[in-house]
Ligand binder design. Structure first.
Ligand SMILES: NC(=O)c1ccc[n+]([C@@H]2O[C@H](COP(=O)([O-])OP(=O)(O)OC[C@H]3O[C@@H](n4cnc5c(N)ncnc54)[C@H](O)[C@@H]3O)[C@@H](O)[C@H]2O)c1
Length: 383
């Protein structure tokens, strides 16, 4: 079995818990789970979601069944087994400030960061997680860079220096030190696997931190197209990539600081893959409510080909946003258990490179997802 805890019970979590239960019941095939056809040592059926945390008053105390029924109505069947998963109260640290969400959080009950960390350790002693997945609303956070600075910020109770993601990641490492090794998976655009402070912290407790920012929609597609062009020595003149969606995640990105964070995790692919920084505009551009979770993506680029001729490429798609990430999280949970069993610690580039937009550690390069997939299989010893 692999026990997983979820942080943030939003659209991705809804798709994850519902899709997972439906796969386990044999109702649907595991399409969208990248390694579903490979033998990696932990099956999808072994995944057990033991707890989920949120700070939205409309979610805390409700079951995952009730929340999913509200979201999906009659469009997707919601398994009754999800009645047993009740959403617990998380730490807020202003992560949804500026958004139309009324919050309830442990910040109201605990005065110090240290007390908040202890609260989560007690919680997780009950749930015994192997893997903790961070799926909160996008946050803007500064890196700590050194382990000393990170520890000092906790000791000095510098709450304003912490995002909720950083506090959860710190608490998970403390839990690992005292109870069991864990894998912390960060699929949101806040730097954790790209923060040397957190990588050192996880190394020191024989645990693993993976991240940052799940690579699902347009960005991996762009990365693979750029690799295609780079391999043929076609010179890319410019790239534009727009994203417009109507879910809460896109609404969050209308807050400039949060969008900046996303931009940082997305645009590193250009120079890393091409070897030069072709002018580019790659970022979520807007929120339009009627689009819902099915976002509109448009990609356009121009390149110079043999004999100086210019070609243009246009791609337009409408894609379901959250299920794409949920399918990848299924594998990240399984891989979490695999790497814990093998005794890895710190962060693991071969996993990050395939699953993340900004693969840690900090000096790591983004590579195309096609190349990253081959590297991932070699890392796992799969032919
Ligand atoms: N394809 C994708 O959907 C995709 C790809 C890459 C990254 N991401 C990232 O994944 C995250 C989740 O996406 P989503 O569509 O589910 O977003 P969402 O807005 O639907 O869900 C986020 C949830 O986190 C909760 N939350 C916020 N702060 C919290 C805190 N401090 N503690 C506990 N819960 C908290 C919110 O109340 C909400 O329920 C986002 O940060 C997004 O940027 C998504």
């Amino acid at each position: 079995m692999v026990n997983a805890v979820l942080l943030g019970h939003g659209m991705v979590a809804n798709h994850l818990v519902v899709g997972l239960e439906r796969i386990k019941k044999g109702d649907i095939p595991p399409y969208g789970v990248p390694l579903a056809k490979r033998e990696i040592g932990v099956s999808i059926e072994e995944i057990n979601i033991v707890a989920s945390y949120d700070v939205d008053v409309n979610k805390v105390g409700k079951s995952a069944y009730e929340i999913a029924r509200n979201v999906f109505k009659d469009t997707i069947p919601v398994p009754e087994t999800l009645k047993d998963l009740v959403i617990s109260k998380g730490v807020h640290l202003k992560s949804v400030e500026g958004m139309p969400i009324k919050t309830t959080s442990i910040d109201e009950e605990y005065d110090t960061l240290r007390d908040m960390v202890e609260y989560f350790i007690d919680e997780w002693r009950k749930h015994k997680p192997d893997v903790i997945v961070n799926m909160l609303t996008t946050e803007y956070g500064k890196t700590f860079d050194t382990l000393d600075a990170l520890k000092a910020a906790i000791d000095n109770n510098e709450a304003s220096s912490f995002t909720a993601s950083q506090l959860y990641a710190y608490a998970a490492a403390e839990y690992a030190k005292r109870v069991n090794p864990v894998v912390f998976v960060n699929v949101i655009p806040v730097f954790l696997a790209n923060d040397p402070a957190f990588v050192s912290l996880y190394e020191s407790v024989n645990s693993v931190i993976l991240g940052d920012d799940g690579a699902t929609g347009a960005t991996p597609l762009t990365a693979d197209i750029l690799e295609h062009l780079a391999e043929r020595n076609r010179y890319v003149k410019f790239i534009v990539q727009f994203n417009i969606g109507g879910n809460l995640d896109f609404l969050a990105l209308t807050i400039p600081e949060k969008n900046k964070m996303k931009e940082l995790t997305k645009s590193s692919i250009v120079e890393d893959i091409l070897g030069y920084d072709a002018p580019h505009y790659i970022k979520p551009t807007g929120y339009l409510e009627p689009l819902g979770d099915k976002k509109f993506v448009s990609l356009h680029l121009e390149y110079v080909n043999f004999n100086g001729l210019k070609d243009e490429l246009y791609v337009n798609v409408r894609i379901n946003d959250s299920p794409s990430l949920a399918g990848m999280v299924v594998d990240l949970i399984r891989l979490g258990k695999v790497v814990i069993q093998k005794g890895y610690k710190g962060t693991l580039y071969p996993i990050n490179a395939f699953f993340m937009k900004k693969p840690g550690p900090i000096d790591a390069k983004s590579i195309s997802k096609i190349n990253a997939y081959s590297e991932l299989l070699s890392f796992l010893g799969i032919k």
